[in-house]
Design a protein around this ligand. Structure first.
Ligand code: SF4
Length: 481
């Protein structure tokens, strides 16, 4: 791991600059105002004549910028962070000769910045150019943002009296090596029934809450974990309990992510409950990779699950892939894409491998694959989507992603998942149920968002479910402040 000594008169900006350093150096050991070996970066911020002057240097390359102080505390805080990051970025770019695809951007939702420019009255060209000018975002990435925002603008925005509904089922048959989600292995299944009992209680409370608030359900999403790791009777119990919510939604998604959890009986439960969209996630079509990443199914099982779902009438099947999985090269990824294309799903999400601290890959000290190869894979994913007639419709980035790439959702026209867009753009209230679920309430007049979190631990959730319902009531029934 690289070490960096950062000498700064504004240590509170160290994390921001460290994010930029990681774009170039991967994981780093950071020493703040202390020598630690490795490279040294100096940063200073001073104020003079109504301007903030920032200087960043690594000894060989220096960068200076001046920006006017607005006097608005929130704006100035944001600009100070941006200036420090840009300084670190410019020095590292010169030092390494590398230009990251997203330039100096480290946030997870770049579309927000494009929307912000559009909100200032810029047209699309000007808004994209501004992203390139300020953050050095590549033409390729700016173009995908442009296409995403164009698609999103055709989707009706949630109204203030609407809410999305999320139900989390935090169980999986095995843990994928890259997984950072809250998900317990089903094991002997002793927690499944108590969990569903608690969840049904929380659904009752949510129905009551919606009646009190007048909120109307818009999009329903059951994720996790893998909801289809529940046995059919329990899956049916949850969906029957949630039936009044489902009935009012325009879109009903259930993650049936792991093909080895899908069978005719469970698909019948989903179909008879009115589910409109399911995910059957291959991740890769190479059995050896599936074995390495701990998914206990084969590519053939994915194909069988897909055709079974089709045969049973599911007209919107989403499939997720991951670019950069251990041991895979561009040719292998291309084979997976070709196979997926032969199936013809209505939507697909191309993820880029990221190694989160809570994942098994991190524990195994796995390294991210070559950035150039992953960039080619991501490009091939975009090409395949285009070949299938799909458009990109949402995008997000994560920390520790291979090649500093992104995750992109593609869909055939008219098949963009409302819930995904609502989540990425934070445009909808969310009443979220289950262990680890996060409810969200927008206060559009006041311009802020408030959240209420359920406990993540499954046993704690079961024991304290009434408290979770109370937290949600507190969030949605309280007055704006
Ligand atoms: S299926 Fe999804 S939630 Fe379950 S272990 Fe794998 S990545 Fe995690």
């Amino acid at each position: 791991m690289n070490s960096v000594s950062l000498f700064t008169n504004r240590p509170e900006l160290s994390n921001d600059m460290a994010e930029v350093l990681r774009l170039f150096l991967g994981n780093i050991e950071l020493y703040i105002n202390a020598p630690g070996g490795g490279m040294t970066l100096t940063h200073s911020e001073t104020e003079a004549d109504g301007e903030r002057v920032v200087q960043v240097s690594d000894g060989a390359f220096s960068w200076e910028s001046r920006e006017g102080i607005t006097g608005d505390a929130v704006t100035d805080k944001r600009l100070r962070r941006r200036q420090a990051k840009l300084g670190a970025y410019q020095v590292m770019k010169r030092r390494t000769g590398v230009t990251p695809p997203w330039g100096s951007l480290t946030g997870i939702r770049p579309t927000r910045l494009l929307y912000a420019n559009l909100d200032k009255g810029m047209d699309m060209d000007a808004a994209c150019n501004e992203l390139r000018r300020v953050f050095d975002v590549s033409a390729e990435k700016t173009d995908i943002l442009r296409r995403i925002v164009t698609v999103q603008r055709e989707i009706s925005l949630p109204r203030p009296d609407e809410t999305d509904i999320y139900i989390g089922i935090p169980f999986c048959v095995t843990r994928c090596a890259y997984c950072s989600f809250l998900s317990g292995e089903v094991g002997k299944g002793e927690l499944l029934a108590p969990y569903v009992n608690a969840l049904c209680g929380e659904i009752d409370a949510a129905l009551d809450l919606l009646e009190k608030t007048g909120l109307r359900p818009r999009a329903f999403y059951m994720g996790g974990g893998t909801p289809t790791s529940l046995p059919p009777a329990l899956l049916s119990r949850v969906l029957k309990k949630a039936a009044p919510l489902l009935a009012a939604c325009r879109e009903i998604t259930v993650e049936a992510g792991r093909p080895d959890t899908i069978d005719r009986e469970k698909l019948s439960v989903l179909r008879d409950s009115g589910v409109t969209r399911i995910s059957v996630n291959p991740q890769t079509m190479h059995d050896e990779t599936l074995r390495i990443i701990g998914r206990r199914h084969t590519a053939a099982q994915t194909e069988e699950a897909f055709y079974l779902a089709r045969e049973m009438g599911f007209s919107h099947i989403n499939m997720d892939l991951i670019a950069g999985l251990p041991g895979e090269n561009a040719a292998m990824f291309a084979q997976t894409l070709a196979w997926l294309r032969s199936l013809g799903p209505e939507s697909m999400t191309v993820h880029t491998l990221s190694i989160k601290r809570s994942s098994l890959l991190h524990l195994w000290q796995a390294q991210l694959p070559d950035g150039g190869m992953v960039a080619d894979m991501v490009r091939a994913g975009a090409e395949a989507a285009r070949g299938m007639g799909m458009q990109p419709y949402y995008l997000y980035r994560q920390k520790y992603m291979a090649g500093n790439q992104e995750n992109v959702g593609y869909a055939l026209p008219g098949h963009a998942c409302l819930y995904n867009v609502d989540m990425m753009e934070e445009t909808a209230n969310v009443v979220a149920l289950g262990a680890g679920a996060a409810s969200k309430r927008l206060f559009p007049q006041q311009g802020y968002i408030r959240r209420a979190f359920n406990v993540s631990d499954i046993r704690q959730y079961i024991d304290r479910v009434d408290e979770m319902a109370d937290r949600k009531a507190g969030l949605f029934l309280r007055q704006a402040t």
